[in-house]
Design a protein around this ligand. Sequence first.
Ligand code: SF4
Length: 308
Amino acid sequence: MARFSKRVGREVLDGHPRLPEWITKERVKLGGLHAMKKDLRDSHLHTVCEEARCPNRTHCFTHGTATFLLMGEVCTRACGFCSIQSGKPRLLDPQEPRETAERVAALNLRFAVLTSVNRDDLPDGGAAHFADTVLAIRRRNPGVGVEVLVPDFLGDLEAVARVVASGPSVFNHNTETVPSLYPEVRPAGRFERSLRVLAHAKEMGKALYGEAFRTKSGLMLGLGETEPELMHTFEALAKAHVDILTLGQYLRPTRHQLPVKRYVPPEEFAELGAKAKAFGFQTVYAGPLVRSSFNAHEVAEMQGISIA
Ligand code: SF4
């Protein structure tokens, strides 16, 4: 699920560890971003990248990648790390699939990432809406790669199959953290359920599209997880045939979210990334500012952009 932190830029400190230089330094590089922001403003287009102030915008935009939030900004869940509004979502906008496809064309993107809040209020959790948006993007923008970063659909495997059948290049579902921290970090999530969603997507995708189909998952570090717990989690994700793993630093959006327990230094990310890779993942992205759809475009290159 898209992680939302409207204040990635300004960490709330109230006695918690100060932002380390390896995070503050990275933000300085955002200087070149202003031109792109102006383009977006002038074109009245919004992306999750902008709204969540993602630290990787320069990188992604220059690679023709952006992330779009579907199904509104009110989530039926309340994860401990996320600043998105929880409550009763509005009705789905039936025009959204077509409008998103138009946005992809207007931004001349090579790779689009689609994500959403959790819609446990919908019978299929929003799976049909995701599928319609993938199909609309492919019709309007032939050759553009699409990654879906989806909720767990409450474990509804038919919903998973519906999304996979629409032909995304990458099926991403974040497990977010280690199982022992789920009660406070992701209370409405279930680690085993997320593994089943990822394993089923891989099985379906491989049957439909062959080896080119990729599954992906991501973890935030710095919430209190231990290394043995991380190793068990890497092993479980590898056993679910997840191809791509992202490891990034949790940053506290506001004082209403969970505090950062620890800032993991870049060299430790590199070590953990290497250890994760040893479990058999095809690709591991590990670093303080790595986010779910980090380098999403790279899959496009591996696949010759699209599989449909
Ligand atoms: S499911 Fe959790 S992480 Fe995703 S939008 Fe809702 S509250 Fe945020």
